[in-house]
Ligand binder design. Structure first.
Ligand SMILES: Cc1cc2nc3c(=O)[nH]c(=O)nc-3n(C[C@H](O)[C@H](O)[C@H](O)COP(=O)(O)OP(=O)(O)OC[C@H]3O[C@@H](n4cnc5c(N)ncnc54)[C@H](O)[C@@H]3O)c2cc1C
Length: 411
């Protein structure tokens, strides 16, 4: 006997799961009038406690595309995020350590007010949880950890979930957004293709001598890319950046072992002092980077989304942007199925979701892998080609325009 029964259960209320629940619930409220609404629940392993970010920035940030921001607007979360703090970036500079290749992108070239926004992960989650709390047709259950799953042969019956506290829940659709180590993916036996990048990302917040001037900067070093992502305090100060410094595992280890002063010096050198000297650094975190892609995103009654379906190198800042596109497409397909009188977990809808999302996610992952490899290669002819290529792209307005629009999610 189930303790609770729902139409849709979302496992994981990180950025992707919380956005999916909020979008589906918002669409339901807008579309179903007096008709029957889907019963939606979100299960989150973490307690409903937000970190105190009044004195510091969350070390984990994302560069959001215009399309991702629109999703957050549509679910009513963007206003709260923007009221708190976000940093638009109007320019992006990409250059290579080993040569003269250099590309600059400017939002004016694509007639947009910015290329995107740098936002702290915790602020996105906080705003989405707040929305979930406000939406009358969603229940946010936390802490609630999925530990077991039974799929039923009758498609209509969906799945039965066991939680760590011993309770049992049924769902016609289980949307699994439980992250890179997805328990649901494991319980469904969904296969994963994965490989180590051999890289670790060091992430932290730094204070710099110079103002970042709303510019995101990325330098490609032979050992891996280093990104300075601009941040802005509530008071409008622009001397802070979140850094993502991808390094081979052993080098990352030794950088982590440095004291703050030596780390700041090493970082300034690696970034060619693009923002002057590094004045201060917050606590550093080291995150192993792995490429993962689920062979299938769906089985009857279950769909993987976000990092549960794919993880990608952060060099182009696309991870959660891809996850948010999963959100938009799965919500569309669930609505379409329900509109036709089908179960929200019907394989017709899930198949369409997989067909719409998998090629796009795979394509983006392949391009990022290509970039990473091209910038790792050291033979002279590759270096010359790379530098010439960057300079050429920088001069070719239409191609540059296309790249920017693609990266911004405008195409
Ligand atoms: C260094 C770095 C930099 C990045 N920069 C960018 C960027 O600039 N732009 C970008 O788009 N992306 C970026 N990414 C990627 C982005 O951070 C991820 O794609 C994103 O966080 C994935 O969100 P998610 O909701 O899918 O997963 P998660 O954030 O991992 O959320 C999963 C949630 O599920 C919960 N959970 C786990 N197991 C269970 C369970 N059994 N039951 C219930 N709940 C469970 C967890 O507690 C968690 O809240 C970056 C990643 C890294 C590592």
């Amino acid at each position: 006997m189930a303790d609770r029964e729902y139409d849709v259960v979302v496992a994981g209320a990180g950025m992707v799961g919380a956005a999916f629940a909020a979008l589906l619930a918002t669409k339901q409220l807008a579309n179903s009038g007096q008709g029957k609404k889907l019963r939606i629940a979100v299960l989150e392993a973490r307690p409903f406690v937000m970190p105190d970010l009044s004195e510091s920035f969350d070390p984990r940030v994302v560069a959001l595309t215009a399309r991702s921001r629109k999703l957050l607007e549509d679910v009513g979360a963007w206003e709260q995020i923007a009221d708190r703090r976000v940093c638009p970036y109007q320019r992006m500079e990409v250059w290579e350590a080993d040569g003269t290749g250099h590309i600059e992108f400017d939002c004016a070239e694509v007639r947009q007010p910015s290329l995107g926004h740098i936002v702290e992960n915790a602020l996105i989650v906080e705003a989405l949880w707040q929305r979930l709390d406000e939406l009358e047709n969603v229940e946010l259950l936390c802490p609630a950890t999925v530990v077991g799953l039974e799929r039923h042969s009758d498609q209509e019956a969906g799945v039965t979930l066991s939680l760590a506290d011993g309770s049992v829940i049924t769902a016609k659709l289980l949307a699994a957004a439980d992250g890179a180590q997805s328990k649901v993916r494991e319980l469904c036996g969904l296969q994963l293709r994965q490989w180590e990048y051999g890289h670790h990302a060091i992430v932290t917040t730094v204070t710099t001598e110079k103002n970042h001037d709303f510019t995101a900067r990325q330098r490609f070093l032979p050992e891996g890319p280093l990104a300075f992502l601009p941040l802005r305090t509530e008071a409008g100060d622009c001397h802070q950046c979140s850094i993502v410094w991808s390094q081979q595992a052993d080098v990352a280890e030794s950088l982590m072992a440095l004291d703050d002063e030596a780390f700041c010096q090493a970082l300034a050198r690696a970034g060619e002092n693009c923002l002057g000297y590094i004045v201060a650094v917050d606590k550093r975190y080291k995150i192993p980077l792995k490429q993962r892609h689920a062979v299938d995103y769906v089985v009857p009654g279950v769909a993987l989304m976000g990092d549960a379906a794919h993880t990608i190198h952060p060099l182009a800042g696309q991870g959660v942007n891809l996850g948010f596109q999963d959100v938009i497409v799965l919500a569309e397909e669930v609505e379409r199925a329900v509109g036709r009188g089908l179960s929200p977990g019907d394989m017709w809808a899930l198949g369409r979701y997989q067909r719409r999302r998998k090629p796009h996610n795979l394509g983006t992952m392949a391009v990022m892998e290509g970039f990473k490899r091209i910038f790792e290669e050291q033979p002279l002819p590759v270096r010359l080609l790379r530098n010439d290529g960057m300079r050429a792209v920088n001069r070719l307005g239409p191609i540059k325009n296309l790249i920017v629009r693609q990266a911004m999610g405008l195409l």
